[in-house]
Structures are given as C-alpha cells and as structure tokens.
Design a protein around this ligand. Sequence first.
Ligand SMILES: C[S@@+](CC[C@H](N)C(=O)[O-])C[C@H]1O[C@@H](n2cnc3c(N)ncnc32)[C@H](O)[C@@H]1O
Ligand code: SF4
Length: 419
Amino acid sequence: MSARRIIPLRPAAAEPFATRAHPTGQKASGLEHPPPLTLYVHYPWCVRKCPYCDFNSHALRSTGSAPELAGGLEAAYLDALIADLESALPQVWGRRIHSVFIGGGTPSLMSAAALDRLLTAVRTLLPLDPLAEITLEANPGTAEAERFREFRAAGVNRLSLGIQSFDDRHLARLGRIHDGREARAAIDLALASFERVNLDLMYALPQQSREEALHDLELALASGATHLSCYHLTIEPNTPFHAAPPPLPDDDTSADMQEAIEARLAEAGFTHYETSAFARPGQACLHNLNYWHFGDYLGIGAGAHGKLSSHEGIFREDRHRHPNRYLEAAATRAFVRERRRIDPADLPFEFMMNALRLSDGVPASLFTQRTGQPLATIASELAGAQRRGLLASGDGRLRPTDRGRRFLNDLLGIFLRER
Ligand SMILES: C[S@@+](CC[C@H](N)C(=O)[O-])C[C@H]1O[C@@H](n2cnc3c(N)ncnc32)[C@H](O)[C@@H]1O
Ligand code: SF4
C-alpha cells in the first residue's frame, strides 16, 4: 500500500486557530474554535491473541513474558512513536492536550522505563494539561501488576484493567492468560496505586448463565473499582470465534443479562453514561467523553486513528496498521497511511453517531461548535426523530429517549445522507 502524503502544512498553522483565514477569505471548516484535543497512543502487542479479539494486536512470538520486547523491539517502537509525534506537531501547534490514553494491545507489557520515556516526550513536545487524565490499559498478568506502582510514578493516573470475568472456566475459554485469582490480585494492586481504576467485563460469554454474569458483576462492584465497562461479547469476523463459533447464550438470555447488569449497577450508584460505560459519581472517562463530544484527537502508533480540525476542514487520518509496516515507515517518517477530509455532508451523521451514544446526549449548541454547521441544517431530521419518539425535545439537548437508546441504529439512520 502506498503512503499518501500528509497535506502540506503551512507556517500559518502555528497561529491561533480562530485568527487564521482560508485563502478564500473564509474558514473552510466553519469552526470558530478548535475542539479540545486529546492524544491516543497505540501499543500493538499482547502475550497471546485472544480468540474473540479483532483489535490491532499481535501475539509476541515468545511465550509468557516479553523477551522479544527486551531484544530491541520496545526501543525501536518507542523511537517510532516519538518520531510519529514529532511529525504530527505542526498540525497541533499551540494546542493543549487534555488527556492521554495508552491502549492496545497490552501496553502494560511496556517496561516502566519505556513508559516514562514516552510520557516525558509527550510533555516535552506538547503542552500537556497538568491535570490531564492519563489512562493505561493493562492486562491482569502477574508480571505487569508488579509494575503498576512504577507506571503511576511515570505519570499514569488511571488504569483500565481487562478483567473480562472472574470465573476460571470462562477465562480459559476466552483464552485469557490470567485466572480469577490473578484478576482479583491485580485489582487490589491497581487500587493501591491508582485512585481511578476501570474494569473491562464481558458478558454473554460461551455457556454463561445470567447468574454467572451477575456474580462477575458483584465481584467487580465489591472490588472498589471506580468505573466499569460492560461489553456484550461480539463475534467479530476474522477471529477464531468466528471460524468456529462457541455455544453462546440466546438473544433473550443475553438481553436479560444486560437488563439485570444495568439495574444492579444503577442500584450500586453507578451512572450509565454511555452504551457500555458505567461510572461512580465524577468518575466518567474524560478521554472517551471527548470522542463522544466529537472532540479532536491525535492518534500515534500502529493503526492509530486521528481526527483533527483545522481551518481547512475536519480530517481523519490512519497510521500504518501492521507493527512491522509502521516500524518500516519510521525510516521516512511516513507514518500516515491515509488522510482524508470528512465531507461536510457527512458531519451531521458523524457527530450524532458519537453524541447519541451518551445517555444524556450533548447540549444542542455543541453541534455547531464541532461541525461548523448551523443546527438548522438538520432541522427536518431532528423533527423526524422527535416525531418517532427517538429523540427528546425541549431541553436544549440532543438526547436519545429510552426508545432512541434501544433503537440507536434507527435513530442514527435518520441522519445518514443518501448520495
Ligand atoms: C484493547 S482490550 C483491553 C486491554 C487488554 N488488551 C486486555 O484485554 O486485557 C479492550 C477491551 O475490549 C473488550 N473486547 C475485546 N474484544 C471484544 C469482543 N469481541 N466483544 C466484546 N468486547 C471485546 C474487552 O473487554 C477488552 O478488555
Ligand atoms: S489481551 Fe486484549 S487486546 Fe490482546 S488479544 Fe486479548 S483482548 Fe485483544
């Protein structure tokens, strides 16, 4: 695949966003101010590939630990990440970074020294908000849990643990490298170093009963975690689970599990603020909220996606996906595989696809702030969605009703433009 060149950056990009004029005399994006900016860093390796997972993650060739990483790969990847960040700087000059999310893959495989080097480079190259939320995704493997304290010292202030289940039988079926005891131990270690800890749980697992799913939830609630992400297991194309599907709970049982999980979390004082995200008061994930508010994000690392607004429009960019290809690209700093301007006609749908995942939606004024288009552009779609009882009306927010949340695809379809 040939790398498309990044649209040339002009010296004017260093000026404050709102003062820059497009050559035509108008800002092509229509945006008065750039949205808040966050940074995503992708780490593309795991000890082993789980059979349900279609993330851009690759098994390390060696087993159990990470000697392959110690053998130079980690340093090479760190060099590439920092070069990637440097290459992207002209697109974000002068803009403050509000949060950082280091995801994967399993970024907790990184040594604390490597993580420290990464965050030091981020702070040196970009104005990082001193109170920025800095999340690291971690796997509850024992070796990594021992490094949690060092990750905290390097500046990470929120840990997201991929627990999935506490049940050894289900964990084995999911191909996880940890058992339930290690999962519980990792949570204790995480909470000893971090005030903010998210647990990823999956439900509707092969041959899982409603009671088993709720038992997992009880253990997660008792653990003291501040945030829970509860995902319905999905069978993704090009995964071993797709090639040989395991016996899954039927639709009624999994819908029943979902309802029971939501009810129990509400009872326990968690706010269900997004399709799969539940938080104790004040503990919502700020980084993810920025995606759902259609904010900007710079994505560095193999396969990372970015969305960046400029006076020329709103752009999406994708990095080379395979780690080897990404590392090769480092030689010429051609990390970006594709950069494309979002067609203004697609912006209303793209905005809604994010905003309407939020239970409370967003203030209606955010539509213009983020898309550069007047709300009147979508007046007929809004009226149609309200008529069908999918969108709330009258409170100055773009907010799905209960029905809208249940039939989110129907609601979003209203904003999709035929071409
Ligand atoms: C990048 S992984 C998180 C960190 C780490 N790699 C791990 O698995 O422990 C993000 C999360 O997505 C969820 N996930 C991955 N594949 C999924 C699938 N097919 N269906 C539902 N959730 C999935 C899992 O809960 C997983 O923890
Ligand atoms: S550890 Fe996480 S990212 Fe890696 S394969 Fe498993 S679910 Fe995917």
